[in-house]
Design a binder for this molecule. Structure first.
Ligand code: SF4
Length: 378
């Protein structure tokens, strides 16, 4: 029988905690997590192995809280987290809600506004925000311009998600923009995106090329890139990696090489976050139950010895063999024998919050606090 609304959360399975610990460790290498919201509504294929709900469950269990099971999938706004940046004594690179999404539909507009105010009020820190809900991010940042110490990004897992989400990033005024391709589930073209108008966005060059229509032979024609319709700041950073979780789907190396090479050509910093839970193997063991094959077109994926034997038997040449990683192996972070740790120069202004800034912020946050949460006058 299922649990009813309001019952105590059962003990979180060890596997959830373990998965979460490894995920949070891998995230915290370069940025400090700032968990202002927890929980999330899955939006696409890339959300399948997401740990947002597990993170919220652990938070609730630690707090001894009851759970409204009818509200699973809804975000929880963490009021108390809004004061954390003021307590960090040294300048930080901060990832906002790395295991959730600030722009998911169940986070209130008011709370988003408050988070942006806190970011703006702590210019000594660099904050990074990544979303799979870019339309809502655009609405929010058009209503409240992005602070100068905020970098914004979209996350996409395949070609369809990339084409849908990335253009929004170029419709928002922001100091830095990044693209997160994790978990990478298909080949993607990060150099050229055809927009619904058929104009072409070249994200790494910051150019929109104008579509002219069909010629006499019914072939599409564009103005040369040298005469662009719009010039925009190019993408500052591309990050890519494979999937971790209960049933990870490894990427084909060709997909990662295409992304890396495009970044190299355009001198865009590229950060490889790792293969995920499956690592490449040059000497696949056909009997290994932890073997997984993936074809270059991403259509064929097979797990286990039987599937591998199949691919050996048919002599498939476009498949890539991977095996389950044994704990944290260095090979997880190498692509063609080297690490890729490219990062843009993202310096925050040195200015710190002065006492008068702090009291302005306090007043602003108070003004934006929903009446139910506002402190009653003593
Ligand atoms: S949008 Fe992001 S945080 Fe939300 S479910 Fe998907 S992967 Fe998880």
């Amino acid at each position: 029988m299922g649990l009813e609304s309001g019952q105590l959360l059962p003990e979180i399975r060890l596997t959830d905690r373990e998965l979460l610990r490894r995920r949070e460790e891998s995230l915290s290498h370069s940025e400090r997590p700032w968990n202002v919201v927890l929980g999330c509504q899955p939006v696409s294929e890339g959300c399948v192995a997401c740990l947002a709900q597990a993170r919220l469950d652990v938070h609730n269990a630690n707090a001894g809280q009851t759970v409204d099971w009818s509200r699973r999938g809804a975000a929880v706004e963490l009021e108390q987290a809004l004061t954390e940046p003021a307590a960090w004594s040294t300048p930080q690179r901060v990832m906002i809600a790395p295991l959730s999404d600030l722009f998911q539909p169940t986070v209130s507009g008011l709370f988003i506004e408050r988070v942006l105010k806190v970011v703006a009020a702590h210019p000594q820190h660099v904050f990074l925000l990544t979303t799979r809900y870019p339309r809502r991010m655009r609405e929010a940042l058009q209503a409240h311009p992005a602070p100068q110490n905020l970098g914004i990004g979209v996350s996409a897992e395949d070609a369809a998600a990339l084409e849908e989400r990335l253009p929004y990033l170029f419709d928002i005024e922001a100091r830095w923009r990044h693209l997160l391709l994790e978990p990478l589930l298909s080949a993607v073209d990060i150099e050229r995106i055809e927009l619904p108008t058929r104009d072409i966005l070249w994200p790494l060059e910051g150019i929109v090329q104008q579509y002219l229509g069909l010629d006499a032979d019914n072939q599409p024609q564009w103005l040369p890139k040298s005469d662009p319709l719009r010039r925009l700041p190019p993408l500052d950073w591309v990050i890519a990696g494979g999937e971790r979780g209960r049933a990870p789907r490894p990427p084909h190396p060709a997909w990662l090489r295409t992304i890396r090479d495009a970044c190299l050509r355009q001198r865009t910093p590229f950060f490889f976050r790792g293969w995920g839970d499956y690592v490449p193997t040059r000497k696949p063991d056909a009997e290994d139950p932890g073997l997984m094959v993936v074809s270059e077109d991403g259509v064929r994926r097979g797990r286990g010895a039987g599937s591998a034997i199949n691919h050996f038997a048919i002599g498939a040449t476009d498949v890539h063999f991977t095996r389950l990683a044994r704990g944290d192996e260095p090979i997880q972070f190498f692509l063609d024998g080297r690490r890729h740790l490219g990062m843009p120069e993202q310096r925050a202004p040195e200015r710190r919050l002065s006492p008068s800034d702090a009291s302005i912020l306090e007043r602003e946050l108070q003004r934006l606090t929903p009446p139910a949460l506002a402190r009653k006058p003593g």
